[in-house]
Design a protein around this ligand. Structure first.
Ligand SMILES: Nc1ncnc2c1ncn2[C@@H]1O[C@H](COP(=O)(O)OP(=O)(O)OP(=O)(O)O)[C@@H](O)[C@H]1O
Length: 588
């Protein structure tokens, strides 16, 4: 994978403008060179009367050249920023496209602080390199080459000496690049650690306080901050060295002009005006050369950022969207798992949920229930096997159409910042007002909304933190039901509901026409279901009407795998858990 080139699309225009700008700046520098030389050689001859009119014209010319240079540098800055910002905008969209198609579990492997650094720190580094680095190199090298060329026409030893000083300075600063890169890398590593830690503590401050670990966390941040401080100072030291080299190069260029210029004048090969003009040129080029010292810093920074961004873009998506995949056509909601495997979490799971059935998924912690929901809602694709909704393989249809067909409620899917109504409509923004009203009625949301200060216009904070857990769950349930998907997945959606809210959920279960797969710990709801699938270690061990299973388990009968769908060899319960296994009926 590669990042797009800087010089493509609209940025090419900025680049061409920068080249033209550099050439015009060179002309202004050459004009300055010639005017200064003329002033000192022809008009200010020692002992001759001062030619005020001629001097006035030269003064005006110098002013125009300086004003022109100032204007060109202003335009240079704007074009350079445009080129940098356009590039960063492009990369930001690539990053977000990649982020938004990542499976949540793949993203969770990275800390959110580190992910934020890709969007903030790394993009700033790329922008600095393009706007302040590349553009500066372009304009400064053009101006320097043309100005030194003009000086060479007047006196080549002077031009050669100035060119050598500046060139050696540049070479030395490039030589310091490796040390600069090392310190940059360390500073970024330290910044990433502290960002990840603080980011986590912002989200989990309640955990820190509830367990009385405030002091310890402060000490940890102090330690990380001290290390970051040291790394940043090392980085500043390396950057300082680079700048010092550029300063020395600019200063040395001035000194050699005086030295070689003096020798050339003494030898009669150069006029005093040429030497003064050469000094003026060094003065004009010096700021650009000093900035070139920073360019290396920008370059090294951008190199590390580029690597980090590429590394982030390589994060496996866990979900592959086929090119031109057709949309899934919603049907009555028949869900079938066919020998599904996923990374030792789900092992040869096969089962069928017939349309309109209410199925409870049960099993101990870590059995793979939530993972199965992730698979059925295509937040992950299986390694092997197929999942079919109304006979259509989820993996072979467009992601959007699959997400439309499946409503998922899970503690993992929190509310987003914005109004309640925005959250309700999030899954199906084009829903009609009638559809929204239908779902509000179905979920008995009126009472929940009446309790909120501004009804459905109430602002929800990040994660819904200003709402009670039950209120959040009821809004999340309505969000999942909007658009009437044929399949509803409820992952402990009733975990925090009071009696009224629980009754509202039961009404939804009674009235909803599609198929429901749910994880619940509520015994009445389990017994009211049409079927119970019991799983352990990613395998389906038992399936059947809940009352039958309870009866068998209470009578101490061993559980045998029994489901409509055939189980493959790997999906058979391991010895001791299959024909002989004694399932714990406590959850009933
Ligand atoms: N975000 C994740 N990334 C990687 N693996 C995960 C992730 N979440 C869960 N797992 C793994 O998947 C396995 C099944 O977890 P899952 O959450 O599906 O179980 P569960 O049956 O829903 O458990 P519980 O009843 O505790 O919610 C676990 O062993 C866990 O290690």
């Amino acid at each position: 994978m590669r990042l797009p080139s800087v010089f493509t699309d609209r940025r090419r225009r900025s680049f061409i403008r920068l080249v033209a700008n550099g050439l015009l700046q060179s002309l202004a520098a050459v004009a300055t060179l010639l005017l200064v030389r003329k002033a000192f050689d022809q008009l200010l001859i020692h002992g001759a009367p001062v030619q005020v009119k001629g001097l006035a014209w030269i003064g005006l010319g110098l002013f125009c050249a300086a004003a022109g240079l100032a204007w060109l540098r202003m335009l240079e800055r704007i074009d350079a920023e445009r080129m940098g910002q356009d590039y960063v905008h492009h990369i930001r969209l690539i990053l977000f496209r990649s982020l938004s198609s990542m499976a949540p579990r793949a993203l969770q492997r990275r800390s959110s602080g580190a992910v934020m650094l890709r969007f903030v720190g790394d993009l700033t580094a790329l922008r600095n390199w393009v706007s302040l680095g590349l553009a500066r190199i372009l304009v400064t090298s053009l101006t320097s080459l043309v100005a030194l060329g003009a000086l060479a026409v007047l006196n080549w030893p002077l031009a050669l000496a100035v060119g050598l000083c500046l060139g050696l300075g540049l070479g030395r600063s490039l030589g310091l690049g490796e040390a600069m890169r090392r310190t940059l890398f360390e500073a970024r590593r330290r910044r990433s650690y502290i960002a990840a830690n603080i980011n986590e503590k912002i989200a989990r401050l309640d955990v820190v306080q509830a367990f009385g670990q405030v002091k310890r966390e402060r000490r940890r941040v102090a330690r990380q901050s001290r290390r970051l401080k040291r790394a940043m100072i090392d980085k500043a030291r390396a950057a300082g060295r680079l700048r010092a080299v550029a300063e020395i190069a600019a200063g040395a260029a001035g000194a050699v002009v005086v030295l070689i210029g003096g020798l050339e004048v003494a030898a009669g090969r150069a006029s005093g005006g040429t030497v003064v003009a050469a000094l003026t040129i060094v003065g004009l080029l010096a700021p650009g050369v000093r900035e070139l010292g920073r360019v290396n810093e920008f370059y090294q920074n951008a190199r590390v950022s580029r690597r980090k961004i590429l590394d982030f873009l390589k994060t496996p998506t866990l979900v592959k969207e086929l090119r031109d995949a057709p949309d899934l056509v919603p049907g009555p909601g028949r869900l079938e798992f066919r020998k599904v495997h996923l990374d030792k979490v789900i092992r040869g799971f096969s089962a069928v949920a017939e349309p309109g059935r209410r199925i409870v998924l049960a099993g101990p912690n870590g059995a793979g229930k939530s993972t199965l929901f992730y698979l059925a809602s295509r937040l992950i694709d299986p390694d092997r096997g197929r999942i079919l909704l109304d006979g259509q393989d989820l993996c072979r249809h467009s992601l959007n159409s699959v997400h439309r067909a499946v409503g998922l409620v899970s503690g993992e899917l929190q509310l987003l910042r914005g109004k309640v109504v925005k959250n309700l409509l999030y899954r199906y923004p084009e829903a009609s007002p009638e559809e929204l009203e239908r779902v509000k009625r179905l979920c008995d949301l009126e009472q929940v909304l009446a309790d909120l200060p501004e009804g459905d216009q109430t602002r929800v904070l990040e994660g819904g933190s200003n709402l009670s857990v039950g209120q959040r769950q009821r809004i999340a349930l309505a969000r999942a039901l909007l658009g009437d998907p044929p399949l509803l997945l409820l992952d402990e959606a009733d975990a925090n509901l009071d009696l009224t809210a629980g009754a509202a959920l039961d009404r939804v279960l009674a009235q909803y026409r599609g198929t429901v797969l749910m994880v619940t710990r509520n015994p009445e709801r389990i017994l009211a279901a049409d079927e119970l699938w019991y799983m352990e270690g990613g395998r389906l061990l038992e399936a059947g009407p809940p009352a039958d299973l309870r009866h068998r388990w209470e009578s101490g009968e061993g559980a045998a795998v029994s489901t409509d769908a055939p189980q493959d060899a790997e999906s058979q319960p391991p010895s001791g858990a299959g024909g002989d296994c004694k399932l714990d009926a406590d959850f009933l």
